[in-house]
Design a protein around this ligand. Sequence first.
Ligand code: ZN
Length: 756
Amino acid sequence: QMKPFVDGLKTVELDATKFNVEWVKLSNGNALKYEADKEKITIILDRVYKSSETISFTVKYSAQPKLGLTFVKPSTSDPKRPYQIWTQGETLTNREWFPCYDSPNDRATSETFITVDSKYTAISNGELIEVKENKNKKTYHWKMDYPFPSYLASLVVGEFAELKQETEGVPIFHYVYKDQLENARRSFASVPEMMRFFATKLGHPYPYKKYAEVMVYEFPGGMENITATTMTDNLVRDERAMIDNNDGLSAHELAHQWFGNLVTCRDWSELWLNEGFANFMDAVWLGHSKGQEEYLRDVLESQNTVLQRYKQGSHRPVATKRFYHPDDLFDENSYARPQVIIHYLKHILGEEAFWKAVNHYITVNRQRGLVTGTDLSKAIEDVTGQNLDWFFEQWIYKLGQPELEINSQYDEKKQQLKLTVKQLQKKDPEKPWFDVPEAYRLPVDIGITTSKGTKIHQVIINQIEQQFSFPTEEKPVIVNFDRGNYILKTVKFTRTSDELIYQLGSDEDVTGRIRAAVELKNTVYEPAILALATAAKEDKSSLVRLQAVDSLSTVKGEIVKKTLLAALTDSNWQVRQRAVTILGQFKDKDLLAIFQKITGNEPSYKTVNAAANALGLIGSLEAVEVLLELAKKPSWQDTLTRSALLGLSYSQDPRVLDVALKCAAPGNSRYIRSEAVEMLGARAKGNKQALDLIRMALTDKSSSLNYSALAALSEMSDKETLEFLEEYSKKTNLDPNLQKYAEQVVNQIKQKGAGN
Ligand SMILES: [Zn+2]
């Protein structure tokens, strides 16, 4: 059903990829003329329609989607694989399985009827109206009465157990494999509180009548399909896996039910309004549920990711219309970057005004449901009276972040601290079409500490070069620029090692202490090494301890070793994991017993993984023995076996090839096979049995195995596999991404052959 926007509608175009259309009929039964091509169905209406009328018609079609809708089924190599169907519509792939207007800027309600064999459950958007039984079949009737954009439509079929919880009258369902209810109860216990917390924080109730998370096989992460999020079954964790995996993905997808689903980016260029807020809310949830340190950890990690990726050349503004395919926008510039920008925005506005503005943004835009950055800016202005266009202009629509250089000088006579701040950011000559702010406007907090205490000065930087003077009776012992680290930036602020040592030991601001530890990395100055060692052991923040451990990673000496060994019993698993990783780089046989002990009694899987890697680097016969034992231990999703294989991958011990061959064979889980297949790529060139196993993995129904097989073949670069690979890459029913990768490997092998 649809209504024309204006009078005079004669034809309707629907996105539909290569559909076989049987007929199109009006609701009165009259057939309509249509044309169906590779991309669209064009329907010629029986007459001209006015904007006051509703047009109702039915399309009967069949389709064989290559994208958008995935069938999963058991195979001889993996008989335990479930029968499933799941869909993934964002951005342009729901048109592969149902005809629709497939852009985010229009909405429709939906009703889905799905007939399946009785043992299956069928899940879609909205409420379950009824399940009709008919002999050995069931028909599920789902109805979503709140309009939504097409990319959020979902269909999942599988054999599921249902876990039901609720928050303030909203039922929350989790669909998991039947033998996983116990793990599901643990893994998703926090979702009701999450929903209550978000509703309170946003001042807006959860918008729909139900919520569900559906766990499916080999799903790429999570997708916020409206009222029915789809997620990877990896999220159903055992007790041990709960230690080093948080519920951030659930928080991210739940946050989307407001940001993305209730108010949707008007077009894909403004995707950040969906993803940036979802990432931000995920961090806010971690702060609420695990403490503010976890909020800060998330923000700092995101800042680092963004700066790292920028250095590597990932250059585009957060919002841009320059892209080939909307899928290209799903990178850190739509997720982590806007997350940390929103974090800074919150600081500028203050908690109360920020959340009021966010509430207003949702409330005034939910009717039409479409938003751009301007709507957010306007909502802030409505609530706070401040025009923040300058903020969005520089952070969202222009490229990069401030690159600052700071110099400080204390004038004893005038009793003044002088700070000179230069902005050095430049245009990217290879992308001259992206503007870079000549001078950012940056409200910033500067903490100045003397023996009398800390004073926080708030100033605004807004010029390319600027000088600030702060009255202070004595020479400051700490100058903490951007206290709290709210601003995404690079900063060069030269200070002496002694100044940094003092800051590391004494700054009340955690981010100030972290900054000092970062700048002391690679130090050879004995007092600095001692200060890092002390911080690694004694700082009350695990973020500082982690950074201190990290900053010692390239430093040699007994103190360092002692510090790292002590860090192995830190209460925080990230600190333990980092210490193991660094100790592993020493390749020190004397540490073997310690790593062995960790593989036996360390609770965090990720830390065990680091220990297995460390044993692999040692590589002695004894280390290999330990890893071979570890490989036999049963664990959640074969995590321990995979860790063991990682360690063994360094070894040339002949037994390792046997293990890899055994683990790559059909009958093992896809997790183990993937790992083993990649090992074979690195060590079994010319081995016929290995090649057969890799080929089997390549043609397996598991996409993760297919990718591992291609990685292995790429590693082998064996001309003998060329014919087979070429044939494979020309298959017509391949996932286009897999096909692209296969073609790459073919070309790589050919080029290598030509080089020889
Ligand atoms: Zn998302």
